[in-house]
Design a binder for this molecule. Structure first.
Ligand code: NVA
Length: 366
């Protein structure tokens, strides 16, 4: 076993796949608003996700893990804890945790390093505990592994803009987009905060999306933490930015998938175009008219795919048009039933963390 992954497309050897077991619609907190009046969790309520949804999602996650194993890829799984329990630091108590999906939010593999992100929800503060058994095993097995954790955040009230969710969703789209562009969202700059899933890895270049869960301080911390990389802060015309991996998706050297509804900022587009990268606009997702219950993801989750290598892509099985679009670029498509996992926070990319891919650090933007 060794830790080694510089990008999202080199041949995959070892991966973590999340679990839905025990996931909770988390107790109300400043960072996030959960309001599902039609599905049994109106604003202010919280509790375990429905058992039938958990069972279906876990079946799809287990089947996906088996599919990967049959292809010779080593798969590890997190160890859930009791997410219904309340958690505390010396400065606050929160009435619930959340779950151990999606692992991509928490762990970032860059070369031989696995970095635990700060996270920015109180309900996710202790999520790293679910991954410590796997990380401990990796640490023992690979003497070269660097195991890092970003500074644990305080997450006091000072980290959030009071009342943000009382008004944001009712603002006109143009006002929301101006707030995204100016980075005036729910997080303050009281301390560095980031989720790992706001980082897209393209070898020597790391692109960090400023979002509901990643602030400028988080970007700055990452920039200083990876001094041998070029680390870029990016935004897009997404009114609800939360994780970059359905918006700007690396496919292979020279090819990136872009969610056309969320125009990437001009500098980012230019950076890729100047380096002769092709930017593919994703087709409209099949899930457009069927948003799943209790899901906080958009239909663009379709683009949240896992590369097995630079020619092979795992795509949600119902996203047939996206699969056709990507086949036309020469990809072999592996269809994977995964819709039931969406309400637990993600697609095939979110639900996984690559631990080992063949390959070395390359500069794709020389
Ligand atoms: N929050 C993103 C998904 C990220 C994988 C979206 O809803 O499109």
């Amino acid at each position: 076993m060794r830790v080694n992954a510089w990008n999202g497309w080199d041949p995959l050897r070892h991966v973590i796949v999340g679990r839905a077991e025990g996931t909770v619609v988390q107790a109300p907190e400043h960072a996030v608003r959960r309001d599902y009046p039609d599905d049994g969790f109106p604003l202010g309520t919280y509790g375990p996700m429905p058992a039938d949804m958990v069972a279906e999602a876990d079946q799809q996650l287990d089947d996906f893990a088996d599919l990967l194993r049959r292809r010779g890829i080593r798969v590890d799984r997190p160890t859930p804890v009791d997410f219904t329990r309340s958690v505390s630091t010396p400065e606050w108590t929160h009435e619930s945790m959340f779950g151990c999906m999606p692992p991509r939010d928490l762990l970032l593999t860059v070369g031989n390093e696995v970095l635990e992100a700060t996270m920015s929800y109180r309900s996710r503060w202790f999520e790293y505990l679910c991954y410590r058994p796997v990380l401990q095993r990796l640490f023992e097995a690979d003497p070269r592994m660097r195991w890092e954790a970003a500074p644990k955040p305080r997450l006091t009230d000072a980290s959030y803009k009071a009342g943000f969710w009382d008004t944001y969703n009712d603002l006109p789209t143009e006002t929301q987009l101006a707030r995204v562009r100016d980075y005036d969202l729910v997080l303050t700059e009281a301390e560095p905060l980031f989720d790992a899933a706001d980082v897209a890895r393209f070898g020597k270049d790391l692109f960090v999306q400023l979002s509901f869960v990643t602030n400028r301080g988080g970007y700055d911390w990452l920039r200083r933490h990876f001094p041998d990389h070029r680390v870029h802060a990016v935004t897009s015309t997404n009114t609800h930015p939360l994780h970059i991996d359905a918006t700007w998706v690396p496919l292979r050297p020279g090819l990136v998938l872009h969610c056309g509804e969320r125009l990437a900022d001009a500098e980012l587009m230019e950076f890729f175009q100047l380096n002769d990268w092709e930017i593919v606009e994703a087709v409209q997702p099949a899930s457009w008219d069927h948003p799943p219950k209790l899901s906080f993801c958009s239909p663009w989750l379709a683009g949240n795919m896992l590369n097995l290598d630079a020619n092979t892509l795992c795509v949600e099985e119902k996203e047939v048009r996206l699969a056709e679009q990507l086949s036309s670029y020469g990809f072999e498509i592996v269809p994977v039933p995964f819709r039931a996992v969406g309400p637990f926070g993600g697609g095939l990319h979110c639900a996984t963390v690559d631990i080992e891919r063949d390959g070395t650090l390359e500069d794709y933007f020389p």
